[in-house]
Design a protein around this ligand. Sequence first.
Ligand code: C2E
Ligand code: CA
Ligand code: CA
Ligand code: CA
Length: 280
Amino acid sequence: GWLFFLKDITESEATHPALCNRQRLLEQALDGAIQRRELALHYQPIVDANRAVLGMEALVRWQHAGLGLISPGDFMPIAERNGKIVGIGQWIMQTACAQLAAWQRAPHSRHWQLSVNISAREIYEPTFFEVLQDTITASGVDPAGLKLELTETLPLSSPDQVLQRQLRNLVDQGVQLVLDDYGTGCTSLNYVKHLPVSWLKIDRSFVDGVLDNSRDQKIIAAILALADSLDIRVVAEGVETLEQFDYLHRAGCHAFQGYLFGRPLPADRLTDRGDANQLA
Ligand code: C2E
Ligand code: CA
Ligand code: CA
Ligand code: CA
């Protein structure tokens, strides 16, 4: 509840003053970051069982002149709290759709799909779906190439009819919904029940232990069984080794993402095959 929220802030102010100063610094620096062209999208390949590229996930990067490269895990939560995520999210979607439209015009990348992360704060913004629709139209992108990655932290335990209808409208245009970080939230089944989801993305925390932790193995097996019975496909994130890939492939995952196949890179550093351009 709110009381705990306030308590958390006070406690972290008291116990981590340095951290808090950094947060304030980041918050100020985030002002005008788009105008100063400090944000960029990097793209990480998602591959099938034959390691052929199915598409990319867009991951935002913030390069600040004084503060250096700031990871989205550090600044997106701040942007989410102060509402700047709305403008940043719109920039991300415009940039992503422009890139996807360009890929759709090139023969080697015609069928690539592009996953874009959407936070709870963005999707509950009253204008979110209108702006997204305008962005799709203006970019000329085929919406069938677009995937929205939703995290389970969306407060959807009491499913909102309006949100469901708006998401269904996108799905009717070919947009695919992915439940991100699957297994880490506590309302997983509610999401699967109420949203027209095409993919579950198994969180990296389960993939990490997949070779030696039998609990992780059983959780992954359960996610795959659920997905199979509902005709939902499964993508595993954070795949770093051939052994993890082999295990997940044999277990029945449909798609794979991780450093084993490629790190997130700027679009101009991807080869036609979608991997790293060693010459760049
Ligand atoms: P996520 O959506 O779960 O993204 C996966 C994260 O794992 C990314 O970190 C990615 O670079 C990293 N990763 C990929 N493969 C591997 C691997 O093999 N090993 C390891 N150790 N890590 C791997 P990143 O780019 O720092 O993003 C962190 C989080 O920030 C994302 O988690 C997502 O929640 C958020 N985020 C990133 N870009 C965006 C965005 O454009 N919009 C929104 N709303 N959130 C974003
Ligand atoms: Ca994601
Ligand atoms: Ca994750
Ligand atoms: Ca995530």
